[in-house]
Design a protein around this ligand. Structure first.
Ligand code: P1T
Length: 391
């Protein structure tokens, strides 16, 4: 049997299960082996079968890179040891003195990486990106990169990728989209004009809170070469077992995302009617400012929901501590539901910066448990906070 190659018109789920993973030619195994070898025999100096040393390339990593690049509709994929390691490679790829324009709402660690680790090399400023006038005002001659998340972490803001990518290309900068919250199942930024897609595979792609990883997907060969050089030269690569875990997660991404989205919609409906909640942030709400763009560029609205507590920070902390099924923990995107307080947890490093988060905000990662159980858990926690506030 000749395994079909990706690009034969496969649907998303077919590619997620098969791309880069034909049955093992030696044994017929239907799951790619976890290839542990750190080095590979050469027939003559420089004559080998594509693998020399496992930091440069490893067969399990190749399977992951092929599969996830296919899902993003990318020509090239590169796996990293974490989302931040993948981000670091993108930032290292721009020359010293470059200016990075950053959307005003991104993961706190991305801000920390830019504003502390790359502070000597790069200049960063934040800007509302999809308004051509504000973007033009913030642009400088050395602007090399525009960086955004959509939906964003933790405010679930939506940015029109095609608009921003178009403006970047008119002015000669790269458009980088962190697609961690949407995943390629819900949104494919390269098809909308982005140059680089970033992932924390720790989240939905791995999907089970048991692996840390990162990924870059690009279509431009020269850019892929530059990033591949950095991947090898810096060496922040994932181990083979980690690659296997992400590959396994990808196989069920489509069905998991459907359930994440449906459960999030049910949770949002309850939150919108609860007196302890003053506002709900989720792009699937018709009054969300990004609803129309999200409906255009995404296939669903995602499984992360944030809300502002009417009782301020004290109420937000109390809700986060009172759920029983939603676990109080950082991270998102796995099968189990999580709750967290961004200002003190995931975005603590953004305190005092333009990205500082409202302390009354609570973020949920809605998992794939039974819908009613999630809704009731959250309602009970909110009811108890409401009673305490009223008492
Ligand atoms: O944790 P790591 O795999 O290094 O990924 C960093 C990262 C990158 N991009 C986005 C949008 C992210 O949300 C993250 C990590 N975020 C969390 C840990 C969190 O709880 O928000």
């Amino acid at each position: 049997m000749t395994p079909a190659a990706p690009g034969d018109g496969w649907g998303f789920e077919t590619a997620a299960i098969h791309a880069g993973q034909p049955p093992d030619p030696a044994t017929g195994a239907v799951v790619p082996p976890i290839s542990l070898a750190t080095t590979f025999a050469q027939e003559a100096v420089g004559r080998h079968r594509g693998y020399e040393y496992a930091r440069s390339a490893n067969p399990t990593r190749t399977a992951l890179e092929t599969c996830l690049a296919t899902l993003e509709g990318a020509g090239f994929g590169l796996a990293f040891a974490s989302g931040l390691a993948a981000e670091d490679a993108v930032l290292r790829s721009i020359p010293d003195g470059g200016h990075v324009l950053l959307a005003p709402d991104v993961y706190g660690g991305t801000w920390r990486l830019l504003s502390q680790v790359h502070r000597e090399r790069l200049r960063v400023s934040t800007c509302v990106l999809d308004d051509p006038r504000t973007l033009a005002a913030a642009w400088t001659d050395d602007t090399r990169l525009v960086w955004l998340e959509t939906p964003s972490n933790p405010l679930l803001s939506i940015i029109d990728i095609a608009t921003v990518a178009g403006l970047c290309h008119e002015r000669g900068a790269l458009c980088v989209v962190d697609n961690t919250f949407a995943t390629p199942y819900l949104q494919q930024p390269l098809a909308l004009g982005a140059d680089v897609v970033v992932h924390s595979t720790t989240k939905y792609l791995g999907g089970h809170s048991d692996v840390v990883g990162g990924f870059l997907a690009v279509d431009d060969g020269a850019l892929a070469d530059r990033l591949r050089f950095l991947q090898n030269a810096v060496g922040a690569v994932p181990g083979p077992f980690d690659c296997y875990l992400v590959l396994r997660g990808l196989k069920t991404l489509g069905v998991r995302m459907e359930r994440h989205c449906a459960n999030a919609a049910a949770v949002v409906e309850m939150l919108c009617g609860h007196p302890a909640v003053s506002s709900v942030l989720w792009p699937g709400l018709r009054d969300h400012p990004g609803y129309a763009v999200a409906a255009k560029q995404m296939r669903g609205f995602g499984g992360v929901v944030s809300f502002v507590c009417a009782g301020g920070e004290a109420a937000a902390l109390a809700v986060a501590e009172r759920t029983r099924l939603f676990t109080l923990a950082e991270s998102l995107g796995a099968v189990e539901s999580l709750i967290e307080h961004p200002a003190r947890m995931t975005h603590a490093s953004a305190a005092g910066s333009p990205l500082a988060v409202d302390p009354a905000l609570v973020r949920l990662s809605v998992g794939i448990e039974t819908e009613e159980d999630l809704v009731e858990d959250l309602r009970a926690a909110l009811d108890s906070v409401e009673r305490a506030g009223a008492g």
